[in-house]
Design a protein around this ligand. Structure first.
Ligand code: SP5
Ligand code: ZN
Length: 342
């Protein structure tokens, strides 16, 4: 399998995040992508290729123009405001406050365009995220060119980013951009299967009123886990998209036995959707030893996950999402990809 990778991911190198009510060491680190790259080389999965540059057309189908402008210009604005370190929002326009226009002040703008304080914006965030979008689109190009599958080793991840706000370590929604890529290449319908431990709230929000993109997500019950405010089973789609959003919240402690049942059900739904292509939001934070998560999948289970995904029989773009047990992340991620190929 061909992998798309850019060293520019490392320009997003956050040091701290707010988590569990405290400022703690960031877990979404450059080492994550590097250990996956090293494992790909170790097992000889296939070539590593640089992304090709894509213009903003498909990114602009996913994200609002003002949001993109905010991200692009943020670091200069932050410095103009006399700020130096990585940036955190601390006030948000929840219902009861107004979110009709971005405020002038940088702290107001940060809150306007975000939903959590766990996702530091840094000097290199925009370039890394923008290269990540190129990485996802390049994987789509490879699959549209006739390959059965390709892997976009994106960093930072994307599935929590909505059309006009960031959060959950995510800034540009790479999986949503990949889905738009398949549609632009002529697919009539695309399925997105999100196997990250956390609900892909951004991807759901982007497509929930559309029938051309089916979103299916297996994740920890949001009553117990981040992102808390989306991802419940009764969110089935809106308007024309009714029936095209499927959330499968799973209990804390879920093991492969229960997970594989849910995955099989998800794949039955995807196979019956007449989708022309599949985007997999590939988070590895369902792993038992993940430091921020509470499922109990083991490394060998990721081989089985890959084999199950191949059973959908669709051209597939794998998009890297979460997974924070860095020591085992390369093994677990590449196990999905080799399990898919075997
Ligand atoms: C892409 C992705 O996986 N984003 C996840 C963002 C999660 N951020 C909130 C983490 C809260 C962790 N709380 C449990 C820590 C255990 N000490
Ligand atoms: Zn996650």
């Amino acid at each position: 399998m061909r992998t798309v990778y850019s060293p520019d991911h490392a320009r997003h190198d956050p040091q701290k995040e707010i988590s569990d009510g405290a400022l703690v060491d960031a877990v979404e680190k450059p080492a994550r992508a590097e250990i996956v790259k090293a494992r790909i080389e170790e097992v000889g999965l296939g070539p590593l290729e640089a992304p090709t540059a894509h213009d903003d057309t498909l990114i602009a189908r996913v994200h609002g123009a003002d949001y993109l402008q905010f991200l692009k210009g943020f670091w200069a604005d932050w410095q103009d405001a006399g700020r130096a370190g990585e940036a955190f929002p601390f006030v948000w326009p929840v219902p009861g406050l107004r979110r009709n226009a971005p405020p002038r002040h940088i702290d107001g703008r940060l809150g306007y365009y975000s939903f959590d304080a766990g996702s530091p914006l840094t000097e290199g965030t925009w370039i890394a995220a923008r290269k990540g979008a190129d990485t996802a689109l390049s994987a789509v190009d490879i699959v549209s060119g006739g390959e059965r599958a390709a892997f976009a080793l994106c960093r930072p991840p994307g599935h929590h980013a909505a059309s006009d706000f960031y959060g959950g370590y995510c800034f540009l929604n790479n999986a949503a951009i990949a889905a738009e890529g398949f549609l632009a290449k002529g697919a009539e319908r695309v399925a997105i299967l999100d196997v990250d431990y956390h609900h892909g709230n951004g991807t759901q929000a982007i497509f929930e009123d559309r029938a051309d993109v089916l979103f299916v997500s297996l994740h920890a019950d949001p009553a117990d886990e981040f992102p808390y405010f989306l991802g419940y089973a009764d969110e089935t789609g809106i308007g024309a998209g009714e029936g095209c959003n499927i959330n499968m919240p799973l209990a804390i402690g879920t093991d492969w036995l229960a997970y594989s049942d849910a995955l099989a059900a998800a794949l039955v739904r995807i196979k019956s959707s007449r989708a022309d292509a599949l985007v997999v939001s590939l988070g590895l934070d369902t792993f038992a030893k993940d430091p921020i998560s509470r499922f109990t999948l083991e490394s060998d289970d990721f081989l089985k996950m890959g084999a199950a995904l191949a059973g959908a029989g669709l051209p597939t773009a794998f998009i890297m999402e979460g997974g924070y047990a860095v020591a085992e992340l390369g093994i677990n991620c590449v196990n999905v990809l080799t399990g898919f190929e075997d």
